[in-house]
Design a protein around this ligand. Structure first.
Ligand code: FAD
Length: 470
């Protein structure tokens, strides 16, 4: 059989159901269809690098990667006709845009008499198989996690060792340099310094985390200055790494005694699964709050305050450190993601969807499911979210999770010379302390754009307006 394998956010060779199945059925033509958006994002940089590496891996197996422009169903139908392919195989995705593409493509089954097959997405389990006793999708993470732990996670599939194709070179293939995935500004350089995308790098990152971090994950994961988390999110979001392979690798590390108690880490993988699961069952959550009352929330959406937040110039050091880390490296530590998101939503009363859009543009690990659910969780508008009235105090969070100020000093160097006691709240420091550290509030570092107590009361008033509304 001659099969086109449509690569999507599954840019790897291991545990790739569509590639595996196609390679066992005969000849394979690997294809990627470029996304149709205008300005390149940080995740597009990751995509570019991943495509480059995937192409090199395919060449080693005797194949190559054909790159086309969309829409996918049209591009794949034309390619099928031109190359006389018998089949198109791909791995499913759960977000609404991708599912629309899949439906359009599956229609070719009958129209063009080509065998179109959807294989398993990059999830631990098929999202339609876990249900409550009443047959409903789970809305609460605890119950979902309990049920997930009782399931058998499928074993990952091995990568093919060689590939053959009936097409040597596809003349329509777009050279990667002309893909439009690279930003014209000099932004890539700092991302390149922070990350090496691709399947091989994902294995190396996992091995490093397994040996150095997995065992102490539970105690270190909340402190942004420590290298306490896996840093695997970019690999998982792009599909450089299979989540099933990671799950079983963690279990193996447990059996080998490297990490006797990996549950806290597996639990975070389950949060990813829960996000994908919720997006599958409630596809409009990227645009709408899960809790209806939040449709009436009185957002202020002040553009100047939004700019201050994006640039890391709010006057709250932990918030500013996080937003600058995001711009420089395309990521933010999870604890600080929660703090900056809470600050935008609750201190500034800016709609979470505006924050989610900024994260879409700037995160290398941007993942529509995790990002949407992360923002809805912080906003309090998700099903199993932090209650709205629990408002993070950025200064308390800063003292608790960056006590010595190592993280803040790295990302907000203009405050570096302040003593620890003043670092978390420079606006409360005496003139002498500020002068000694070379800090001039309103000049070298901003005064806070909102007062915490006043902002807190304003947020609670706003919430009182929507409580109980339908
Ligand atoms: P680790 O702590 O090592 O966790 C391992 C893996 O588990 C992660 O790579 C990720 O795949 C998953 N995971 C961990 N925490 C969560 C969580 N809270 N929700 C869902 N999955 C989780 N994650 C993304 O991958 N992409 C996003 O676009 C994204 N946006 C977010 C937006 C907000 C407002 C918030 C609060 C969280 C968001 N997260 C997102 C979740 C989380 O912050 C990142 O997955 C994590 O910081 C990545 O670092 P790590 O790989 O070192 O995580």
């Amino acid at each position: 059989m001659k099969t086109i394998v449509w690569f999507r956010n599954d840019l790897r060779l291991h545990d790739h159901p569509a590639l595996k199945e196609a390679s066992e059925c005969g000849e394979v033509l690997p294809v990627f269809i470029l996304p149709e958006h205008t300005s390149p994002t940080a995740a597009d940089w990751w995509l570019y690098e991943s495509l480059n590496r995937l192409h090199q891996q395919l060449v080693k197996l005797g194949s190559t990667l054909t790159i086309l422009k969309g829409p996918p169903s049209k591009a794949l139908a034309a390619l099928t006709e031109k190359t006389h392919a018998d089949a198109i195989f791909f791995n499913g995705q759960v977000d609404p845009d991708s599912r629309r593409e899949e439906i359009a493509l599956l229609a070719l089954n009958s129209l063009a008499k080509v065998n179109v097959r959807r294989c398993a997405p990059n999830m631990l389990l098929d999202p339609s198989c876990l249900k409550t006793g009443a047959g409903e999708p789970y809305k609460v993470f605890g119950a979902f996690w309990k049920s997930l732990q009782q399931q058998t996670i499928p074993w990952p599939l091995a990568a093919p060792t060689s590939l053959t194709s009936w097409i040597d070179d596809c003349p329509e293939s777009i050279p990667l340099e002309h893909s439009g995935l690279r930003a014209s500004i000099d932004w890539d350089a700092s991302l390149e310094e922070a990350w090496t995308p691709g399947e091989t790098a994902s294995f190396e990152q996992w091995a490093q985390f397994r040996d150095m971090g997995l065992n102490r994950y539970d105690t270190k994961r909340d402190f942004p200055a420590l290298n306490g988390t896996s840093r695997l999110s970019g690999f998982l979001a792009s599909g450089n790494m299979s989540i099933r392979a990671l799950w079983h690798a963690v279990r193996r590390a447990q059996e080998e005694g490297i990490a006797p108690q990996p549950e806290p880490f597996l639990r975070q993988l389950a949060w990813r699964e829960f996000s994908y699961y919720q997006l599958f069952h409630f596809p409009d959550i990227t645009k709408r709050p899960l809790r209806q009352e939040f449709l009436h929330f009185p957002w202020l959406n002040d553009p100047d305050e939004l700019t201050a937040w994006k640039k890391g110039k709010t006057g709250y050091p932990l918030v500013d450190a996080g937003m600058r880390e995001l711009w420089e490296t395309g990521t933010i530590h999870n604890r600080v993601r929660m703090v900056v998101a809470s600050f935008l939503i609750k201190h500034l009363l800016i709609d979470w969807r505006i924050g989610a859009e900024w994260f879409r543009e700037t995160l290398v690990d941007y993942d529509v499911a995790n990002n949407t659910l992360g923002w809805q969780w912080v906003a309090g508008s998700g099903f199993d979210a932090a209650p709205y009235f629990r408002i993070f105090n950025p200064t308390t969070q800063s003292r608790k999770f960056d006590e010595k100020g190592t993280y803040i000093r790295k990302w907000v160097p203009e405050l570096a010379a302040l003593p620890d006691a003043a670092l978390h709240e420079p606006y409360r420091a005496s003139e002498d302390v500020l002068t000694d550290a070379g800090v001039v509030l309103g000049d070298t570092y901003p005064v806070p754009i909102v007062d915490h107590s006043a902002a807190r009361s304003r947020a609670l008033d706003a919430y009182a307006q929507i409580k109980g509304k339908k």
